[in-house]
Design a protein around this ligand. Structure first.
Ligand SMILES: C[S@@+](CC[C@H](N)C(=O)[O-])C[C@H]1O[C@@H](n2cnc3c(N)ncnc32)[C@H](O)[C@@H]1O
Length: 504
């Protein structure tokens, strides 16, 4: 018997490749299972093509209903879609909420999130975000949603009661949900339920309809209604694969069966007047951030991710040596001077490959500046283009930054330190790349090699040496992770020291 975590891993592994493949392949089965017949699952899927807001690239053919059709989404609503896949229902919901609303898709399969974000970017929506997370621990604060929708997902979750309690928690008083799902009526033979392919095919993890509705009721919801119900016809090839002759006869009598339902329920309480986008509290989102940044001005109050704040608080600023402080003083003075002169402050961190130290320095300097609300723009570059090293990317993720990636060779990473800030864009580039300032900047040399080999940086009005040791020396050793973390934390501590001194 597999435990919950193992079952979730099976589901996650299943949906990774499904995100990459075409709808026509997935459409051969509900939820992308590979063994089933087209006949069954075309019955499960609803046709979205005429639905307003429908985005074909987001439709992977994985649904078993059309919850947004029954969800009574109003303009300005905040909607959460649980198990959002490539965003199919999110974009339909966005059509209903309009620009003043907000749609948050949550899915635990990273490639689904990536695909959904690409779709959102392509559509240019700045109020649809996708968060990587588990829906049995929904990564948003209490009472933030007007509406929750979900399409063919709860059946995949081992602890459905927990998810329903979570839905209750995240809904505002007076909020409601509409969820499409697969449920069972009567006892299905074990052979069918145990099959892992069928599990990811949305049947083996499905529970009895009465139990499903009972969990909803026990969680405190009112006004529970089944808005739509369809029987799922099982074709003979599948029945013969899993059932004996006698079981098939029993099944076809119709007392047992598999159903797709859309169920609605309300959280008791009085609905308050809707807040507008700019004053909306999206809460401390604990996992991935807004890939298409919410349109809030930088230097408004930023909500830094809690894990990152904890990492910053644990930095050893006090242990920065006197010698290093003297070196940092040059940078402090440069920044102070420019701010006093009311001129833009542009810092270009330079290292040979722009792959580790200069990236750490750009990210931490920008984060520290934003943290203290100091108007500074940080850049990075090198003398050779490689890529932002993946170990370094993992290091900053572990420290609490949220990271999205586009591309394969020398990918562009968007690094978020807080929910409502613009991302820091990170990729390997030359120090004089067009995205970097051409003049009136300070070149900060973060490695001795670049420091020695680039005596002249055109356009730089100041040059500061702040060399760091290369964690690369420890690649593929037992100390690798520790050394990357050590270097990142050293740079972080120094940058926070610099900007804390400027704040004083
Ligand atoms: C059948 S697909 C449905 C996708 C989407 N709702 C649609 O209709 O296109 C199920 C989705 O739920 C996600 N999922 C399953 N269990 C989950 C969990 N515990 N937390 C978050 N996402 C989950 C999967 O990664 C997958 O993307």
């Amino acid at each position: 018997m597999k435990n919950s975590e193992e079952l979730k891993e099976i589901v996650k592994e299943k949906y990774g490749p499904i995100a990459e493949q075409d709808k026509s392949i997935n459409a051969a089965s509900c939820c992308g299972a590979t063994t089933a017949s087209i006949k069954v699952y075309n019955i499960m899927m609803d046709d979205y093509s005429d639905v307003e807001g429908y985005e074909a690239d987001a439709d992977l053919g994985l649904g078993c209903g059309l919850p947004t059709q029954y969800a009574h989404i109003a303009e300005g609503d905040t909607v959460i879609d649980l198990g959002s896949g490539a965003g199919n229902d999110c974009f339909v919901a966005r059509h209903e909420t309009g620009v003043e609303g907000k749609v948050i898709g949550i899915d635990f399969t990273p490639s689904m999130i990536t695909k959904a974000r690409i779709n959102a970017e392509k559509l240019g929506f700045n109020n649809v975000e996708f968060i990587e997370g588990d829906i049995d621990d929904i990564p948003v604060t209490n009472e933030m949603a007007d509406v929750v929708v979900s399409n063919c997902v709860l059946n995949l979750v081992p602890d459905k009661e927990k998810v329903i309690r979570e839905i209750y928690r995240v809904l505002k008083p007076g909020g409601h949900f509409s969820i499409s799902d697969i449920v069972l009526v009567g006892q299905l033979p074990d052979a069918l339920k145990k099959d892992a392919e069928m599990y990811a095919g949305c049947v083996a993890g499905a529970i009895q309809k009465v139990d499903y509705l009972d969990h909803i009721k026990q969680s405190g919801f009112k006004g529970i209604q089944i808005q739509k119900e369809k029987v799922i016809t099982i074709p003979e090839d599948i029945l013969y694969k899993y059932l004996s002759e006698s079981e098939i006869i029993q099944f076809s009598k119709g007392e047992t069966g598999i159903f797709s339902i859309s169920v609605y329920a309300e959280k008791p309480g009085q609905k308050l007047e809707k807040p507008r986008l700019n004053s909306q509290n999206y809460g401390q989102i604990a996992v991935n951030p807004v890939p298409v940044a919410v349109n809030i001005m930088k230097h408004n109050k930023l909500t830094f991710f809690p894990k990152l704040v904890a990492a910053v608080k644990s930095l050893s600023i006090d242990s920065i040596s006197r010698e290093r402080k003297d070196m940092l003083q040059v940078l402090i003075q440069y920044i102070r001077q420019r701010l006093d002169d009311k001129r833009d402050v542009k810092l270009n961190f330079i290292c040979t490959h722009n792959s580790r130290r200069s990236q750490f320095a750009q990210i931490w300097a920008q984060t520290a500046a934003d943290y203290y609300g100091i108007e500074v723009k940080c850049y990075s570059g090198g003398v050779e283009v490689t890529s932002f090293n993946e170990r370094a990317v993992e290091t900053i993720k572990a420290e609490g930054f949220m990271v999205t990636k586009i591309g394969e060779r020398n990918p562009t990473y968007s690094i978020f330190h807080s929910q409502n800030a613009e991302p820091i864009s990170a990729f390997s580039k030359l120090y004089d790349d067009p995205v970097n300032p051409a003049s009136k900047f300070s070149a900060i040399m973060t490695c001795s090699h670049a420091d020695e080999n680039c005596p002249y940086i055109p356009g730089a009005e100041a040059r500061i040496s702040l060399n760091y040791e290369d964690p690369k020396e420890y690649d593929n050793t037992k100390e690798e992770e520790m050394k990357y973390n050590e270097r990142s934390c050293q740079i972080a501590a120094e940058m926070f020291y610099v900007f804390s001194m400027i704040e004083k």
